[in-house]
Ligand binder design. Structure first.
Ligand SMILES: O=C(O)c1ccccc1N[C@@H]1O[C@H](COP(=O)(O)O)[C@@H](O)[C@H]1O
Length: 231
């Protein structure tokens, strides 16, 4: 089964749409420049709504320990998504301090970036017990306000047949129309979407969330996740 993550949920209604449609993971964004950023009180409420139904993912960008501390206290996340320039050493320090698995985002635009993802996966595996994840995303355009969540794809051909030391998700410009092809082509452990299930930046669309999850599940049923990675 391919793991499906819906990221950037910020209201009870759209979170309910993701949960009712069968999302495996739901993402809360804690990056002030993002139109999906939630404050701690909203995040606490949404995390309580999601707990037990989907894994809770807290997304930060080069956050300091004080912010992560507050986020962990408010949401008790299952996974910390690190979407900035966190080094392997910083990732290790976050893991040691907060005792949660992490998913580290890596921007992909070339074979060298894929090699960097491979090295990072091996390093994370050596540091922990295989609980961590890698997220392969598009690189943001120069001068972009956001390091992710820009609705831009990367060349999936760079990662066809990719085998990392850790399970990985694919993101970047996915939507209900493109997710099945990405699953068939790459057979990732999971897929992650934000912009592609919105009607405007930061405004999630319940119908698009449902359509995305249906399309991803149909691709799995067609054998698109033939690698059968662990959940
Ligand atoms: O969603 C955001 O606002 C965001 C902000 C800062 C860093 C990452 C963000 N989202 C992540 O970006 C990718 C791709 O998103 P999209 O589907 O192309 O819009 C995804 O992994 C989100 O988790």
């Amino acid at each position: 089964m391919t793991i499906i993550k819906i990221c950037g949920l910020s209201t009870p209604d759209t979170l309910a749409a993701a949960l009712d449609s069968g999302a495996d993971m739901v993402g809360l964004v804690f990056f002030p420049k993002s139109p999906r950023c939630v404050d701690l009180d909203t995040a606490r409420f949404l995390a309580d709504q999601a707990r037990g139904r989907a894994a809770i993912v807290a997304l930060t960008v080069d956050a300091d320990d004080a912010l992560i501390e507050d986020i962990v206290a408010a949401t008790r996340p299952d996974l910390l998504q690190l979407h900035g320039h966190e080094t392997a050493a910083r990732v290790a320090a976050i893991k040691a301090r907060f005792r949660r698995p992490v998913m580290k985002a890596v921007g992909i635009a070339s074979a060298a970036d894929v090699a960097a993802a491979r090295d990072l996966a091996a390093t994370l595996l050596a540091q922990a017990d295989g609980e961590d994840r890698i997220l392969l995303d598009a690189k943001p355009p120069k001068d972009a306000a956001l390091p992710g969540g820009n609705g831009l794809p990367f060349d999936r051909n760079l990662v066809v047949g990719l085998d990392l030391a850790l399970p990985f998700m694919v993101s970047g410009g996915l939507d209900p129309a493109s997710v099945a092809e990405a699953i068939r082509l790459v057979t990732p452990w999971g897929v992650d979407v934000s912009s592609g299930v919105e009607r405007a930046p930061g405004v999630k669309d319940p119908a698009r969330i449902e359509a995305f999850i249906k399309a991803a599940r149909a691709a799995c049923d067609d054998g698109g996740d033939a690698r059968g990675k662990v959940a």
